[in-house]
Ligand binder design. Structure first.
Ligand SMILES: Nc1ncnc2c1ncn2[C@@H]1O[C@H](COP(=O)(O)OP(=O)(O)OP(=O)(O)O)[C@@H](O)[C@H]1O
Length: 243
């Protein structure tokens, strides 16, 4: 077990933001957090990295757990010329090989001399991913890392994430709005709306009434479309667990 939340609650001022959150992440697992705007996803991430102290409950981390963080977006001043290699060496320097390896794992080995402002959205997200890999994380947190990418760009990015897990063996916890795009690459989904509404394997969650209540029919039909494009059986699925 890398990280475990046991009945975690977070209040900011008098407002309850997260209530009775319990889940754990095992080594090499890919877990996706889904939730509508304002459901507490970012607050949960901030709590996991220690930027917010839970009001109650217990957060347990593996001794010396290394966490890599890929932010939703990062604003770079467009007047500031900066190559990818320089960006990768901020705030602290790394060997040329370490930077090259991280870019290769993120699927963009050729970008090191490029100017940051010339990168496409998808390339920049991969550079942010490479930067998060520099510390050789046990657990990678991705906060809506595909925001602004189209479906194909998002699907490509999630495939890259799956290959990072395969090649580097780190666990991945990511926030996404797109269950239908991410479901092939995720082991487990947690639906959050201040509390955990449901969690389980992606196909089970996408069929669950809790998920439908949270996301409505649009997501339902899109998820069904993606699900039935694949050739798999539903018979082996585990039960969804309700919190
Ligand atoms: N520092 C803060 N002070 C007061 N309220 C806050 C603070 N941070 C978050 N909140 C509130 O907590 C709730 C959850 O916010 P959070 O950013 O965690 O949600 P989210 O699921 O990440 O949303 P989004 O999908 O829009 O990014 C919101 O109602 C937000 O207004």
């Amino acid at each position: 077990m890398l990280i475990e939340c046991d009945n975690l609650s977070v209040h900011i001022g008098k407002k309850s933001i997260l209530k009775d959150i319990s889940f754990s992440i095992s080594p090499k697992e890919i877990v996706t957090i889904l939730g509508p705007n304002g459901s507490g996803k970012t607050t949960l991430f901030k709590t996991l990295i220690g930027a917010i102290t839970p009001t109650s409950g217990i957060l347990t981390k593996k001794y010396r757990l290394r966490i890599g963080y890929v932010p939703q977006r990062l604003h770079i001043d467009e007047t500031l010329p900066m190559t990818v290699r320089r960006f990768m060496n901020l705030p602290s320097g790394h060997s040329k090989k370490t930077v090259a390896d991280a870019l290769a794992h993120a699927g963009v080995p050729e970008l090191d001399k490029q100017q940051i402002i010339d990168l496409s959205g998808g390339q920049f997200q991969r550079v942010l991913l490479a930067r998060a890999l520099l510390g050789n994380p046990d657990l990678l947190l991705l906060d809506e890392a595909t925001q602004g990418l189209d479906h194909r760009g998002s699907a490509d990015f999630y495939r890259q994430i799956a290959s990072v897990r395969k090649n580097l063996g780190c666990a991945i916890l990511m926030i996404s709005h797109e269950l239908h795009v991410v479901m092939r690459q995720t082991d487990r989904v947690i639906c959050l709306n201040g509390h955990i509404c449901c969690q389980g394997e992606p196909e089970v969650v996408s069929d669950s009434p809790e998920y439908h209540a949270l996301f409505g029919l649009d997501q339902e039909s899109e998820a069904a479309l993606y699900l039935h494009q694949g050739h798999h059986s539903h018979s082996h699925l585990k039960q969804v667990s309700n919190a």
